[in-house]
Write a protein of this length. Structure first.
Length: 263
């Protein structure tokens, strides 16, 4: 399996440590240049677009420069993997640390078959989930009933890459929110327990939307109607695929070591 570690700096110490840890487990990992959105909006490439009208509808706020940069970093890493003919790609952000035996977990995910489109190696939000199968002696594959937040590390298979590139090249929400909208695109998302990576604690460089939430009546109305629409689509998707998500139970609180995990 090929792995990309997204980083603004090729000399990032945590990224290099992760690269070395993956190499020891036989994973070919390289530092992938992140798209810098800290100062100005990133320049878009052919096939990429930003829809701020939809962004307002999705969350009452336009996307920030750094959110677009983060999104494009992941999108372009996946596009590179897909155009290279890879069947699987692991995407990591440069502030994560690998837990022991991550190579065994990644090998097991690689052997899951076409149906596992995207498998998160950690999540920031612990959701009710169905336990699917043992991946290794210590790690379990689960399927959350809702999105788990975060894009610190995940594996996409070729079908998953196709879905992401088809539906995600128009940017209207942060990248993790796009993955959490799996029910709109039939993107089959799974998670690993316990987490196979954890975050290194540091201040984020991604500027969020605090302070610029729209109070425009039309925007708020569109947002409320969209929120209702998404809820109905999510429940309908779970109803249609009931056996894939249930029975579901709450995961244990000690499945990961990232300090930002929300229970």
């Amino acid at each position: 399996m090929k792995a990309f570690i997204i980083s603004l700096s090729p000399d990032n110490e945590t990224a290099r440590n992760l690269q070395n840890a993956l190499a020891r487990d036989g994973v070919d990992a390289e530092i992938f240049p992140a798209v810098d959105g800290r100062i100005v909006f990133p320049q878009l490439l052919k096939g990429e677009s930003i829809n701020q009208h939809k962004a307002l509808t999705n969350r009452k706020a336009e996307l920030t420069k750094s959110e677009v940069g983060c999104y494009l970093s992941h999108l372009r890493a996946i596009k590179t993997a897909y155009n290279s003919g890879l069947q699987h790609v692991a995407i990591f952000e440069d502030d994560v640390i690998a837990e022991a035996h991550i190579g065994d977990v990644m090998d097991a995910i690689e052997n899951l078959g076409e149906g596992a489109h995207l498998v998160r190696l950690m999540s920031l939000k612990l959701r009710k989930r169905k336990r699917i199968k043992m991946l290794t002696d210590t790690h379990i594959l689960t399927r959350p009933i809702r999105g788990g937040l975060g894009t610190q590390g995940y594996i996409a298979n070729r079908r998953g890459m196709e879905i992401i590139l088809k539906h995600g090249s128009e940017i209207s929400m942060p990248i993790d929110k796009f993955y959490d909208s799996f029910f709109l695109y039939n993107l089959r998302c799974y998670s690993v327990e316990p987490h196979a990576i954890y975050e290194k604690t540091h201040p984020t460089t991604i500027k969020k939307t605090e302070g610029i939430i729209s109070r425009n009546f039309e925007v708020i109305l569109r947002w409320r109607l969209n929120k209702l629409y998404r809820s109905l689509r999510r429940h309908y998707f779970r109803f249609r695929h009931y056996a894939d998500f249930f029975p579901a139970s709450t995961p244990p609180k000690d499945i990961g070591r990232s300090k930002r995990i929300r229970h």
